[in-house]
Design a protein around this ligand. Structure first.
Ligand code: SF4
Ligand code: SF4
Length: 446
């Protein structure tokens, strides 16, 4: 590789890492604007969850076929990073296949390198077919969870774009490897050996019949195409639902340890209610500060964990597909709750970028992005939490917004208000005085 190519590579690499680090910092600040939430799990629990749910994709296997197809893409993505690492070292140092030629050739590690790159080729071929299948499933099969209204427009384009990126990456990998091998066949003196990779070795003889200059162009097209796609992907990732390939790991690591269906109580309210039911009961003191606000009406009032979850959402729609409210035609979609929360954070970040840190747009997550109608449709059944492959809780956000609606804004349907005042006055949802509660016993006796 000439010095000019090295300089171009260094400019692209440094520029790419600079822009992506700026966006990563912005996302981190967005997540950290959330409220404090202490996750009480220990390290053993966290590591187990990370290994099973994030690395092992345990929850994906509820749908085995989709899980296997996803696993092919996932393993292929992970293992391709080895070849990518070599491309980056080669780019900076001006070398060619440094891992094989300079370090590993002729020993056990050289064979391991050939095995790894051959595996990348086989997985890339499989990924090509899986990607076509996913494009077909998304665009032709019309599965209900991929045709909901929240996926219209940009989210649909985003999903398709990443699959097209995948196909381009695979194309460039094969151009690079096959071009390399074909050049060695054309002139073994000039082009040093770089390992015999299983598929490119099969394809290379056909390419080697073409002029050397053209084959060299194919090899360089593959190398540059691959690395440019990686830089584009790297900078695109923080704006895409595919950010989950990174954030799924911290999100699962910080999984809440409470059992399924658990809804966190507000300690102060719980204490009030308990003393109302039994004024003589001794109440334990809590260290919890009196909240400034009940629930949340905007993103900065949600916990940092809920905000991390919003950035982690893969938009797969498994939650919505199992949501009884959505299935019975209500407006609520738990996936949309997560997408709206992320959109709200991104809109605020954009506003801050353009108008400074004090930017306000007189909008709120509650009302402008997520409507009362959606919130009220939730039965708190927990199905969405159970289904989510990366341990996200749309229910956590729904409960906080609904608490704000009711406890801060006293905004609830009349039917609910009757029940609330009965609870307050009668300590039961019914319209009977507590003194009359045991009347039914005397009726039995009498
Ligand atoms: S908890 Fe609410 S949002 Fe989640 S599945 Fe049940 S009804 Fe739907
Ligand atoms: S919340 Fe979970 S299940 Fe729902 S769309 Fe996001 S990743 Fe999928």
């Amino acid at each position: 590789m000439g010095i000019l190519q090295q300089i171009i590579f260094a400019i692209l690499a440094i520029g790419s890492f600079y822009f992506v680090s700026k966006k990563v910092k912005e996302i981190y600040q967005n997540i950290m604007m959330g409220q404090k939430e202490t996750i009480t799990s220990d390290n053993a629990f966290r590591l187990k969850k990370t290994l099973l749910v994030a690395f092992g994709q345990q929850k994906m296997f509820k749908r085995p076929i989709a899980a296997l197809l996803h696993l092919v893409i996932y393993v292929s993505f992970v293992i391709t990073q080895i070849e990518l690492l070599e491309i980056i070292i080669d780019g900076f140092l001006g070398t060619h296949r440094i891992l094989y030629f300079s370090l590993l050739k002729g020993n056990f590690l050289g064979d391991l390198y050939t095995f790894v790159v051959s595996s990348i080729e086989i997985l890339s071929l499989l990924t090509f077919f899986v990607t076509i299948a996913f494009l077909w499933r998304r665009n032709m099969l019309k599965l209900p969870r991929f045709t909901k209204s929240e996926l219209l427009g940009w989210p649909r384009k985003d999903a398709n774009l990443i699959l097209i990126f995948e196909i381009m990456l695979i194309f460039f990998i094969f151009c690079m490897n096959t071009g390399d091998k074909a050049l060695q066949l054309i002139d073994p003196e000039k082009h040093h050996e770089t390992g015999n990779f299983v598929l490119s070795t099969l394809l290379a003889p056909s390419l080697a019949t073409l002029p050397e200059m053209f084959v060299h162009f194919i090899e360089r097209l593959g190398w540059w195409g691959h690395i440019i796609m990686v830089f584009v992907f790297l900078n695109y990732l923080p704006y895409s639902k595919h950010l989950h390939v990174v954030l799924a790991f911290p999100n699962v690591y910080f999984s809440r340890p409470e059992p399924a269906g658990h809804i966190t109580n507000m300690a102060h309210i719980q204490k009030e209610v308990a003393s109302m039911f039994n004024p003589d009961a001794v109440q334990e003191e809590t260290n919890e500060e009196t909240p400034m606000i009940f629930g949340a009406k905007d993103v900065h009032e949600l916990s940092w964990k809920s905000l991390l979850e919003a950035y982690t959402c893969t938009e797969c729609g498994r939650c919505t597909a199992m949501c009884p409210a959505n299935l019975t035609g209500k407006k609520l979609s738990p996936r949309k709750i997560m997408m709206d929360t992320r959109d709200r954070m991104e809109d605020l970040a954009k506003g801050r970028r353009e108008h400074g840190p004090d930017f306000k747009d007189n909008k709120l997550l509650l009302g402008d992005y997520i409507t009362k109608e959606e919130l009220r449709a939730c039965t708190t059944c927990n199905a969405c939490v159970e289904e989510c492959p990366v341990n996200i809780s749309p229910l956590g956000i729904i409960v906080e917004l609904r608490r704000n609606l009711i406890m801060e804004q006293s905004d609830s349907p009349n039917e609910w208000n009757n029940m609330f005042s009965n609870l307050e006055n009668n300590q039961a949802p019914w319209q009977f005085s507590p003194q009359d509660r045991l009347n039914w016993v005397s009726e039995l006796n009498g």
